[in-house]
Design a protein around this ligand. Structure first.
Ligand code: V47
Ligand code: SF4
Length: 379
């Protein structure tokens, strides 16, 4: 750790003494002095700056926050259904009711899945799925309550703001009242899905029917006020421009200043197979690493930047740990289909030994965390 910070500091001295653009020196100075970079700085970083420079800045922030630690969680996913009213153009996973490939688990099925993890020392269940036409909030409250009956200690990180928007609207409730019902039924936190890209023009093109950005932010803000922590994502690498990415990050940063309720930020790389945007070329690995770096540099008020390895792959997730990332989500298990259906070949399951070894092989310190980032010590 000491060597790393010393090395980064030396690199900063080189940057200040070099003949690079004064604007870039200014950005480096801001980072070194813990001053937030501006929107213009962020766009400049995306557009003009090479990866090695971004890595120095991103790792400086990461090292300061977490030293050599890399966090992971023992978790599994349940996707109750892929039946969805929305039909987002980037989605390879959703189906209409009765269509080939549609699935829908009953609450009993879901409870059985949870029970099958009883002896596996998992601490979190991540529940996310399609926005089902006719399920209201009382159905989802029942789901949470039934799960908690068999696994009272299990942290339920459940339902994206888009699913929550639908269930609350369907039940004619105010956002806060709906969230209170879910919280009382066992909801512990909410995942970051459904954010996509906040710019409304791009949103209209890639997911025209989805919850508007303002509402997504409002739901997260209300969660934070009610004491429910949340995550945030950004779907990138489709038709958006760098300006849209920075606008997205900036809106998250502003809300975080207000509430401090976000735990981690998770960039989600667009995967093109079996969806309506399949003519778009996917971003390169270099671009993915640059994106992790800029996210880390821009979002200094977010504690964690997460590489979701079932989407990006084990190898790139491992490399990302030297590009501002400090969190690898978790063991996940092979129950998630969002990315396999969009063309990811990775088997979405790792046991703790594998994830620990993946982290150790790049000389980092694996830390098992719970869902709110407290350290878990095991024998
Ligand atoms: O909102 C859908 C994305 C998200 C594709 O909070 C796609 O810890 C890429 O939010 N290519 C759902 N992305 C998943 C999600 C998530 C994942 C991991 C951890 C957390 C967390 C949250 O998946 C959707 C959408 O942005 N998505 N299709 C696709 N073809
Ligand atoms: Fe439905 Fe989510 Fe797929 Fe959009 S991304 S179609 S909301 S399952």
């Amino acid at each position: 750790m000491y060597f790393k910070i010393q090395y980064i500091m030396t690199t900063f001295q080189h940057i200040f003494a070099s003949s690079i653009k004064p604007e870039l020196k200014l950005i480096a100075e801001k980072v070194q002095n813990n001053i937030e970079i501006s929107i213009e700085d962020g766009i400049l970083l995306y557009k003009e700056v090479e990866l090695s420079f971004l890595a120095v800045l991103a790792n400086f922030i990461k090292e300061q926050k977490h030293g050599n630690n890399v966090y992971y969680n023992k978790n599994f996913h349940i996707e109750p259904t892929n039946i969805c009213i929305h039909g987002c153009k980037f989605c390879s996973y959703s189906r209409k009711e009765g269509e080939d490939g549609a699935w829908e688990h009953t609450i009993e099925d879901i409870v059985k899945i949870v029970e099958s993890y009883k002896d596996k020392s998992v601490t979190e269940c991540h529940i996310v799925g399609g926005v089902h036409t006719n399920k209201d909030i009382h159905y989802y409250c029942k789901m949470l309550r039934e799960i908690k009956k068999v696994a009272p200690e299990l942290h339920l990180k459940a339902f994206s703001a888009v699913e929550i928007d639908h269930m609350i609207t369907k039940s004619n409730l105010a956002i806060a009242d709906g969230l209170k019902l879910l919280k009382n039924a066992g909801l512990d936190s909410i995942p970051g899905g459904g954010a996509e890209i906040f710019d409304e023009e791009i949103r209209k093109k890639i997911c025209p029917n989805k919850t508007k950005s303002q509402k997504w932010l409002e739901i997260h803000e209300t969660c934070h006020k009610l004491g429910l922590k949340t995550n945030a994502t950004m779907l990138y690498g489709h038709i958006e421009k760098y300006e849209h990415r920075i606008n997205h990050l900036n809106r998250l940063r502003e809300l975080q200043h207000k509430t401090n309720g976000f735990m981690s930020f998770i960039p989600l790389k667009f995967k093109r197979y079996n969806n309506e945007l399949s003519s778009v070329t996917e971003t390169s690995t270099l671009e993915d690493l640059r994106n992790y770096c800029v996210s880390r540099i821009f979002l200094t008020n977010f504690q964690h930047i997460k590489a979701y390895w079932p989407m990006i792959g084990r190898d790139v997730a491992q490399i990302s740990l030297d590009f501002g990332v400090d969190d690898l989500d978790g063991t996940v298990d092979d129950t998630t289909k969002i990315y396999t259906m969009a063309g990811v070949k990775e088997n979405p399951a790792m046991n703790s030994d594998e994830i620990i070894s993946l982290i150790k092989r790049v000389k980092k310190n694996p830390v098992e965390r719970n869902s709110t980032y407290s350290r878990i010590e095991r024998d």
